[in-house]
Design a protein around this ligand. Sequence first.
Ligand code: NAD
Length: 294
Amino acid sequence: MKIGFIGLGIMGKPMAKNLLKAGYELTVFDIVKENVDDVVAAGAKAGTSAKDVSAVSDVVITMLPNSPHVKAVVCGAGGVLEGAKPGLILVDMSSIAPLASVEVEKICAEKGVKMIDAPVSGGEPKAIDGTLAIMAGGDTTVVESVKPILSHMGSSVVYCGKIGAGNTTKLANQIVVAIHIAAVAEAYTLAKKAGVDPVLVFEAIKGGLAGSTVMNAKSPMIFDGNFKPGFKIDLHIKDLGNALDTGHGVGSPLPLTASVMEMLQTLHADGCGQDDHSALAKYYAKVSGTKIGK
Ligand code: NAD
């Protein structure tokens, strides 16, 4: 089984390396040469384009920023579909708009290429460990056929429904994470202003109902003032934009998502778009005049 991997950023790089460790033959491509070199040093072959990668692959995995990137890499000039043999399976693991997954799958099907959407949750640490949570959408037979490959990148693969359902699930995940980080930052800011050490607040409440994976992962970063990504503010803006568009499209108002979106937009305008999303704490520092951590 020959695998192609396109998009070797924070997530794609460790995911590709886990497939190499599992013994798969891998051909990789990214527009950033250093990213390709890094994965080639771990045992992959370098492709010169998405078309070049798909021409030598049975399965192509994409891990790209957003819908326009996936559309261009799959359907554009020099893209996956130009090199694909009929029967190729495309596993798009990027977080994109569900409707974009539907559109791209339709174009793939016309060329005899089977596509599923399989976005992930867990961030860079779980990408490195191979323990991502994977949410899949598309034809069940195709999803089942690639589960052995996915098992080297994630510890769970949940089938969510037809094409696009994986990305709808991912949007739900991103809504919960964004609102949750904002809630944590808001609560710690209140504590600090009221004279209680936020670190002690975390220690006191993390084992109770308010405690969570998000709180455990992001509190130390907020306390240290360490906003190295991780998951970038700009990527979360992209996800909440897709969530708001999708919500408006299906008639589901998203008032909390809209509020946190404006906080993220404020941070972007302040030049913090490349910070980790835990930098939502900086928004609260700006409006309260008090920093939670260092
Ligand atoms: P990233 O920006 O680090 O990586 C994206 C990669 O795609 C880059 O290396 C870029 O050069 C490459 N790329 C862009 N356009 C390309 C093209 N036309 N051809 C080839 N390569 C191209 O982003 P990331 O953090 O790795 O995230 C990738 C996806 O995974 C996003 O959709 C993101 O929302 C999602 N995601 C990220 C995290 C996280 O914690 N970083 C967690 C879960 C899901």
